[in-house]
Design a protein around this ligand. Structure first.
Ligand code: SF4
Length: 278
């Protein structure tokens, strides 16, 4: 499955202390520029666009962008922190295939320490229930960033999620990655790969009734192709963003060259996004 992440805005309504966004000062493009970009991308082999940020629902014309993606037959995976979701329920949910919502802990104190909204668990639980009842075809992905703050709370969270998530939904656990703002707080959040992997292994065995999937820092490297808010094509390699060019300067063939199946990054993306498959 060919998936590109489109960081539609760098703006966010939270200040998570582990945030890996390194493009905070990058300006968003206009709707007209985005529409042109979508038309260009729709003629390539890209099948799915992951709409991310920042917080994508802060982008003024988000509903029009989603409509445009749909019109151009591109599958949509919306990754949101959930804070503004209710406002968009019936404008957006009928048009997307997958939604990603974060739950990092069920404890308000932990959520406060990591900089998340303290009602994150209750709020996103409410969204899950609504989506499962009203839009049952949408695949739900719960994302958890695993760090020193919550590694000992995963079991408690798994207990709750194992009663809520359906067969096709996913609990995706990410090892804390020290990039962006997260780099500044590395000593508070860092966990090593061995500790992460052994805890994930235990969680996967314990909650084998749900789909638990994980991504270590090593697996995340060389496994994303991005479109930045100012519409540059970029890759995440050597643990940093590497910019290729502005999409408007790239021909169809040049974009396909970046998306060639035999490139290592494409193979890694396929693996990284295995869970997105219907
Ligand atoms: S982790 Fe996500 S929700 Fe938190 S500040 Fe970064 S972009 Fe916003």
């Amino acid at each position: 499955m060919k998936v590109i992440d489109f960081q539609i805005t760098a703006q966010c309504n939270l200040e998570c202390r582990f945030c890996c966004d390194s493009l905070k000062s990058c300006k968003s493009s206009s709707y007209d520029q985005i529409e042109r970009m979508i038309k260009k991308i729709s003629k390539t082999s890209v099948e799915t666009i992951s709409l991310t940020g920042g917080e994508p629902l802060l982008f003024t014309n988000i509903v029009s962008v989603i409509n445009c993606l749909k019109k151009n037959n591109i599958n949509i995976y919306l990754s949101t922190n959930g804070i503004l979701l209710q406002k968009f329920y019936d404008d957006i949910l009928p048009k997307i295939e997958t939604i990603g919502l974060p739950i990092d802990s069920i404890n308000t104190n932990t959520l406060k320490l990591i900089g998340r909204n303290q009602n994150q668990y209750e709020l996103n639980l409410k969204h899950i229930k609504y989506i499962q009842e009203k839009y049952p075809k949408i695949k739900i992905k719960i994302g958890t960033v695993v760090s020193q703050y919550n590694i000992n709370e995963l079991e408690e969270l798994g207990e709750k999620l194992s009663k809520i998530l359906r067969k096709n939904d996913v609990w995706r656990l990410y090892q804390f990655s020290p990039i962006g703002i997260g780099k500044l707080n590395e000593s508070d959040f860092f966990i090593d790969e061995d500790k992460f992997n052994s805890e994930i292994k235990r969680i996967k065995i314990k909650y084998d009734n749900i789909n638990v999937s994980s991504l270590s820092v090593e697996e995340a490297n060389d496994a994303y192709i991005f479109i930045t808010p100012d519409l540059r094509l970029a890759e995440f390699t050597n643990n940093k963003f590497n910019f290729i060019n502005y999409l408007e300067n790239l021909s169809q063939e040049e974009i396909e060259g970046v998306l060639r199946n035999d490139r290592k990054i494409l193979k890694n993306i396929e693996q990284n996004r295995e869970w997105l498959k219907p």
